[in-house]
Design a protein around this ligand. Structure first.
Ligand code: SF4
Length: 364
């Protein structure tokens, strides 16, 4: 088993995790063995851990292949560098087996934000990842590998799909990873957060899932025109319809929909947006997360003054919208999604170097 063999699947081909399961079965694994290998990997535990000796219950062929399987899985995502933040979060830059890089973010209080694609096709004007387009999909094992790697650094109880990429554009791999994380990976279903700009295929898939994650919708504007300008290649779903679809799923699962709003100075922080949010969200099973924008060099958007953001949150709350004013985690270290990767890819100096911990053996 080699990393090349575990390359992300194309349309119709088995996902990486399906391929891995097939390999395990060919080595003689029964379902309990397969579950054990995936459980220990996704929970960052050694394959020989546990009280029972492997030779007492595991087929010899599978046992002898375990070192190679372990090496292959470890090669799916390797730590390039760590970038701790003052808020307790930490950005991780990861090398994939083919030399591509992605970011994960360790969040305070046991969360992890994972990437689902290298790059992104949605092209949000305020996002560094969106500027370079989509380079490739992440395979389902590469998504789980981000969790396995993070768990070697600290416990992870919650996984949010809010890193690089649009999860709805990589549904097979994302849902394959969610299913593993919500079973063998021991992450509570409501602690898996599927985030999307909105795509009807994603709602169909959410309704069918064995593991039903919580849902986050990246809204950013209640105006269809403004939203289309900010998120130029997001599916054209009217904001009212999008929130209605989210409401149906939230009621079905019992987890409120999380409405994400990157707060952009002079763009989506005015009275028209506040009125629209009250109209669309009051009485809904939803939480609105206002996230003041983290300025990105070269992009024309700015973070609103702190008092205006706080006032907007207060006003919405007073008018019946459950609103939280949040800061994105680890934002003092290239806080916008994709900034760390972009700087690395451009070969630019990492100006946060004093807080950076290069990993032994990395190219940093
Ligand atoms: S904000 Fe998300 S959906 Fe938009 S371009 Fe960036 S990664 Fe893609």
């Amino acid at each position: 088993m080699t990393p090349d063999a575990a390359a992300p699947a194309g349309d119709g081909a088995p996902t990486q995790l399906q391929w891995l399961r097939r390999q395990l079965r060919e080595l003689g694994a029964r379902p309990a063995h397969e579950h054990r290998v995936l459980r220990l990997w996704s929970q960052a535990l050694p394959q020989d851990s546990g009280r029972r000796r492997l030779e007492d219950f595991m087929p010899a062929r599978l046992r002898s292949a375990l070192p190679q399987i372990t090496a292959t899985l470890a090669s799916l995502a390797r730590l390039h560098s760590r970038h701790p933040s003052q808020d307790g979060g930490e950005r991780l830059l990861l090398n994939l087996f083919d030399g591509q890089t992605v970011e994960s973010v360790l969040l305070p209080r046991g969360g992890l934000c994972v990437s689902s694609q290298v790059g992104c096709a949605v092209g949000c004007g305020f996002c560094m990842t969106g500027q370079g387009g989509l380079l490739r999909q992440l395979g389902s094992a590469e998504i789980v590998a981000q969790v396995a790697l993070a768990r070697t650094l600290r416990p992870v109880h919650k996984v949010v799909f809010m890193g690089m990429g649009e999860p709805a554009h990589n549904l097979d791999n994302v849902f394959d990873a969610i299913e593993l994380l919500g079973t063998a990976g021991n992450v509570g279903h409501k602690n898996l957060v599927f985030s999307t700009v909105g795509d009807r295929r994603a709602f169909e898939r959410l309704a069918q899932g064995v593991v039903r994650p919580a849902l986050a919708l990246s809204l950013h504007s209640v105006s269809a025109e403004r939203r289309a300008a900010l998120l130029p290649r997001a599916p054209r779903i009217d904001p009212a319809e999008l929130l209605e679809l989210g409401e149906v799923y939230a009621r079905a699962t019992g987890y409120p929909v999380q409405v994400q709003w990157a707060l952009l100075d002079g763009v989506n922080d005015g009275p028209d947006e506040i009125d629209g949010l009250v109209r669309l969200l009051r009485g809904k099973y939803a939480v609105l997360n206002l996230i003041p924008y983290n300025n990105v060099d070269g992009l024309p958007f700015r973070r609103p003054p702190a008092e205006r953001s706080a006032q907007m949150a207060r006003t919405l709350h007073q008018r019946g919208v459950l609103t939280k004013l949040r800061q994105s985690a680890a934002q003092d270290v290239e806080g916008g999604c994709g900034q760390l990767r972009a700087r690395h890819a451009a070969g630019a100096p990492l100006y946060w170097a004093p807080r950076t911990q290069p990993v032994a053996g990395s190219a940093a």
